[in-house]
Design a protein around this ligand. Sequence first.
Ligand SMILES: [Zn+2]
Length: 293
Amino acid sequence: MKQLECIIFNVEHGFCAFIKSPNNYGLMIDCGGRQNFSPIKWIRNHYNFNHNNIKYFEGRRIAELIISHLHADHFSDVGSFYYNKKDKPKHLFRDKESLKFLDQKIREEKDAKRRRVLTQFKKFQASYNLDITNEVDWGFDFFDVRRISFSDAEEISSGRDKIINNRSYIVGIEYAGTRILFPGDIEEKGWEKAFGYKSIRDILKGTDFFVTSHHGHKNGSCLDILKYTGKPTASILSQQRRAMTIPITISIQSPKTRKVTWSKVIRRFQELYPQKKERNLLKYPLGKTAAIP
Ligand SMILES: [Zn+2]
């Protein structure tokens, strides 16, 4: 049976999601890691020829890696891609216009560990300078990746890092009538600009699972987004240890059955935005599978 599997890893203040598409190709959105845990190594162990659960695309386990934006919490695990061919994603999506900031950040970074991550990513991405020649036949019903223009981001952002956040790729994936939205770290003003793009409004339409932008920080929230997404079934935060909602596995089968496995907590999207202060947490026992009505 065809199925979409989406795993959102617990990488604390960072992001990493792995999606096995209905046609069994591997898609990764960001590759943040946390201390003593590498999502990339986990994927290498769980999705391979031996398990017979993934189709390699031109010899690669991960057909495509999308880096939502060029902040280290979204690529800190990149060193776990061995610099050998079959472990590296076939395609890499990243914001080429923001690459100049990466050089600035490497120059300014005083912490050796963080500088190493930045340098590693610079080296990694430099090997992806060719345009994509062969598209992946994912088997999604809908798959789109968009962002606001560089000049729009510059206009509304107070500094370099805000520009980087607001340039985040907004990724929408739909299968069997269920849509998952990954908006990176776009902030409130970025959203306001984004609503002016029809291509982005089209991605937001009918979101069921909303990975909150900018880790659920207040400055990543924008009330108006509900006008475009409708009311999502669940929102997913990736902010602090305690509030961590992940790893979460979303599996969508055709026809229309949706299952979600929570490891810790799901906060409903609606609870993020009303004026009331208390936020109800919906807690689910570890590993329990709950069907979403
Ligand atoms: Zn971030």
